[in-house]
Design a binder for this molecule. Structure first.
Ligand code: PRP
Length: 173
């Protein structure tokens, strides 16, 4: 396997600062903004994005596992770790590392809406629009990327490479 950098650490960090500035401006009220990190890949993005947002935030985490992901439009989604807190009446921002088929996020958005938040939006670092099977309304996108297998900055291959600072394309040998 060979790694080819697609987005450097510097490029990623600069874009996250822009996203944080925009999100801060879009939520001018004094209510806390609930940032919901989707495990595991989004953990680095949550850490950096939350510190680029200059207002009060509350952090929580959700675990999701999908079957048939990216292969069929009827991919099943299962919650492996639910939120610890109530989001009723809250402004919620789902923080994702990547949107691919859209199966995970379309399910999750509907699920969280049932808990009666004030608003739900999505922030994703990466978007692969070519792969979409389900429509997803994404408010904040860091980078639109081509349909390549990427690792690093939280994304894995068989649980490896998550701690790379750069986002890299993983080429088979
Ligand atoms: C990735 C990503 C999303 C999902 C997107 O998670 O973090 O949750 O896949 O794919 P979709 O748009 O096709 O539904 P993954 O299942 O790889 O889990 P991980 O973050 O724990 O590696």
């Amino acid at each position: 396997m060979a790694l080819r950098p697609l987005l450097t650490d510097e490029t990623i960090q600069a874009r996250i600062l822009e996203m944080g500035t925009r999100i801060t401006a879009d939520y001018p009220t004094s209510n806390p903004l609930y940032l919901i990190c989707i495990l595991k890949g989004a953990c680095y993005f949550l850490a950096d994005l939350s510190r680029a947002i200059h207002r009060e935030v509350i952090l929580d985490f959700m675990g999701i596992s999908s079957y048939g992901k990216g292969k069929t439009s009827s991919g099943e989604v299962r919650i492996t770790k639910d939120l610890d807190i109530s989001i009723e009446g809250a402004d919620v921002l789902i923080v994702e590392d990547i949107i691919d088929s859209g199966v995970t996020l379309s399910y999750l958005t509907r699920l969280l809406q049932q808990r009666k938040p004030k608003s739900v939006r999505i922030a994703t670092l990466l978007d692969k629009p070519e792969r979409r099977l389900r429509p997803v309304d994404v408010a904040y996108v860091g980078f639109r990327i081509p349909d390549e297998f990427v690792v690093g900055y939280g994304l894995d291959y068989a649980e490896k490479y998550r701690n790379l600072r750069d986002l890299c394309i993983l080429d088979p040998d």
